[in-house]
Ligand binder design. Structure first.
Ligand code: KG4
Ligand code: ZN
Length: 361
């Protein structure tokens, strides 16, 4: 079957046509229109501006995705759309467009949870025979560990208690005066620190919550970096942070994140009923981070777990992952009608999807 995936949960308007044969996905087109240049002026996503930019971009993005796919609208069997979680105004644009397209063409409309879509991104390039695995989603809005059964049943095992990992990367990047969004620039700066023989690392608080849970907390780490920068400026009577100190901060911050995330992941693998799990998916925008990829890979190698991480182009928000997750909903008979709404929270997303499952029965 062929699914058109539409994604607009934050600051990327994206659409993709994906063909699915059995458990093999083939991405026919993948168009992402980023709003980064617009939001960089403000140093963060401005929700109202994001919704307007989605409105302006969505028709062209969907049209390009269909044109570039080598298929036509009539070949497409279903329209999958991210309906939650995310910025409500942004989500509404994709949902409204998908509803109109599906109802005017008589195609099935499939609601997709954005977090499940990030995990499904790992399926685009790997055939999944084994349908039981753990997933770690690290993005601008989430840092969560899940147990996944049958590709579609998610149990949250741990999550962040405050900021998300990507949010922390962006905020620290901003403190260091790096281009928005800070994540990718922090990745490069940390690589310079790790590559240098004379880096001494600053001790920052771990994001791994100090208890038996599998939860994270990034706000203390972010504040510690802010305090370090303020103290440095005061002590040296300057407003400028030298490049070598920026590198040292980026390296220390990234090292602390990688160690904290790995620690909870390892606790999960070793101490619980998840011992013996064979597969882990690392997904979400921050999964593009080269150092985190290496750190999680080391944990997986040590515990003989197969690690699957999407290619960089499928880590950030895109429509192909929406189509892939839409397929798993389709297999379960989860379909929406023209009353489909958008929801900002994870909880509302679960309640709505469960209500659709009940209707299906
Ligand atoms: O998944 P995503 O595209 O959007 C959300 O669902 O939130 O994630 C965006 C986040 C941003 O915080 C961005 O800075 C971060 O992913 N990011 C990175 C890297 N590339 C993107 N963070 C660290 N290192 C990277 N290379
Ligand atoms: Zn995302």
């Amino acid at each position: 079957m062929i699914i058109l995936g539409i994604e607009s949960s934050c600051d990327e308007t994206a659409a993709s046509v994906v063909q699915i044969d059995g458990n093999r996905f083939s991405v026919k087109s993948n168009i992402v229109s980023s709003q980064i240049p617009i939001h960089s002026l403000y140093g963060g996503v401005v929700p109202e501006i994001a919704s307007r930019a989605h409105c302006e971009a969505i028709s062209n993005v969907v049209e390009s995705a269909i044109n570039e796919s080598g298929t036509s609208l009539s070949d497409i069997d279903a329209v999958a759309v991210t309906f939650a979680p995310g910025l409500i105004g942004s989500l509404l644009v994709g949902v409204g467009f998908a509803k109109a397209l599906a109802s005017s063409t008589g195609k099935a409309l499939i609601p997709v949870d954005h977090i499940k879509a990030h995990v499904a991104a790992a399926h685009l390039e790997h055939e999944f025979d084994d349908q039981y695995y753990l997933a770690l989603v690290v993005s601008g809005g989430h840092t969560s560990l899940y147990e996944v059964i049958n590709n579609n049943e998610y149990t949250e095992l741990g999550s962040t208690r405050d900021d998300a990992c990507g949010e922390a990367f962006d905020k620290v990047g901003r403190l260091l005066g790096l281009p928005y969004p800070g994540g990718a620039a922090m990745d490069k700066l940390a690589a310079e620190a790790f590559g240098s023989t004379d880096t001494s690392y600053i001790s920052f608080p771990s994001p791994a919550v100090n208890d038996d849970s599998y939860d994270y907390s990034f706000s203390g780490l972010k504040t510690a970096v802010l305090n370090y920068i303020n103290n440095y400026k005061q002590k040296n009577k300057t407003d400028v942070i030298p490049e070598d100190v920026k590198r040292q901060i980026a390296g220390s911050f990234t090292k602390t994140i990688c160690e904290g995330i790995s620690k909870k992941l390892e606790n999960l693998i070793i101490h619980s009923k998840y011992k013996g799990v064979k597969k882990l998916i690392l997904a979400g925008g921050v999964a593009a981070n080269s150092h985190l990829r290496k750190a999680v890979s080391s944990v997986c190698i040590k515990h003989k777990i197969e690690l699957i991480v999407p290619s960089i182009k499928y880590c950030g928000d895109n429509g192909a992952m929406t189509a892939a997750a839409g397929y798993y909903n389709y297999l379960e008979g989860i379909k929406a009608d023209s009353y489909l709404n958008a929801y900002a929270s994870d909880e509302a997303s679960h309640i709505y999807l469960n209500s659709l499952k009940e209707k299906r029965i």
